[in-house]
Design a protein around this ligand. Structure first.
Ligand code: ASP
Length: 339
């Protein structure tokens, strides 16, 4: 029996072409080129190309993540694996969202894209797509991954780090799952274990989240009116290093008290992509425990923001939101901040 792979198009540079002013814009040629070049390479595989979206991924919103999840759910029983062609700008956010929305996944969902359009002479598009298909066919992964420049990373651990180099993504706190060289270097011990439940999707989401990056001179009282308007339902503080939030910063205590009063959860991630948040390490961070701040441990800022949106979509009580944020749902974090 032929393996079946669904290639889901969402757009991005991969499918783009220069318009009359020379600016890259989504084109309509990719499906045909893929059919010619990929389908002939893999006669043992049955491919379907699904045109779901054709957008620059910087235009993506949470409802696009919902659309992708729903499409995978619709096709789930029919295909062995899913490859999503996606723009690089927000691929890390989509990968995180799908990792939470697709529950009890027992197939692989591979996101890929390219730095140069498929039609460009030096394009990385075909190479990335072939690598994505190889990973999809490999069959032992049961999670959302990102394949780029011959590296397979856990989707909810990635960050786009380079807008120029072909090696555009990295995963600061989690080693690659698979490297493709002249063979496949597989790190099975890093794969997510098989889930026991039945596959389903949960796409509830609430995007009323605000992120505040810390910097010397930041006056938190600027944000107080926003909190008081009651529109923000979850806060993420991007703290220094290992989660340091100098608590005597202007307006900070007021903001935290106001958030606590309104039952707004506050998660703390770090401006340093590598390493872990440890709220009990430095004296300057000690007061923050008083406000019940949630340590994101080693989650990326992308995964933190998406996870907070999903927590707010799924739960009402701050207790349940905190429980979800601190749990390891889809391999997005280490279980504790202890090294
Ligand atoms: N702006 C493009 C996008 O995210 C960039 C890319 O695909 O590399 O759709």
């Amino acid at each position: 029996m032929k393996k079946k792979i669904a290639i889901i198009h969402t757009g991005g540079t991969f499918v783009m072409t220069p318009n009359q002013e020379g600016k890259l814009t989504p084109g309509h040629y990719a499906q045909e080129i893929i059919a010619q070049r990929i389908e002939t390479l893999y006669p043992q595989v049955s491919f379907s190309q699904i045109m779901l979206l054709n957008l620059d991924s910087s235009l993506f919103q949470p409802h696009h993540w919902v659309l992708m999840s729903e499409k995978i759910a619709e096709l789930y029983d029919e295909y062995d694996a899913f490859v999503i062609i996606h723009g690089t700008d927000t691929m890390a956010y989509t990968a995180s969202a799908l990792s939470f929305m697709l529950k009890n996944l027992d197939k692989v969902v591979v996101l890929t894209g390219s730095q140069l359009p498929l039609m460009a002479t030096r394009s990385d598009a075909i190479q990335n797509l072939i690598a994505a298909i190889e990973v999809a066919l490999y069959g032992e992964l049961q999670e959302v991954v990102l394949v780029f420049n011959n590296t397979t990373l856990r989707g909810n651990r990635v960050k786009k780090k380079d807008a120029w180099d072909f090696h555009a993504f990295y995963s600061p706190n989690f080693e690659p799952l698979i490297k493709l060289g002249i063979g496949m270097e597989r790190k099975q011990h890093r794969y997510l274990p098989k889930r026991s439940g039945i596959f389903e999707i949960d796409t509830r989401i609430n995007n009323n989240v605000l992120i505040i990056p810390f910097f010397p001179g930041l006056n938190f009282s600027i944000y107080n009116p926003i909190i008081d308007e009651n529109r923000v339902k979850g806060l993420v503080i991007e703290a220094y290093g290992s989660g340091n939030i100098p608590s005597d910063n202007l307006g900070l205590e007021e903001l935290f008290s106001s958030a606590a009063h309104r039952q707004i959860p506050i998660a703390v991630c770090s401006q340093s992509p590598v390493g872990r948040v440890n709220l009990s390490l430095y004296e300057v961070a000690s007061k923050t425990e008083f406000y019940g701040l949630i340590s994101t441990v080693d989650m990326t800022r992308e995964a933190t923001l998406v996870k907070m949106m999903i927590a707010l979509g799924r739960y009402r009580s701050i207790k349940n939101i905190k429980k979800f944020m601190t749990a390891n749902i889809a391999g997005e974090k280490e279980n504790s901040d202890a090294r």
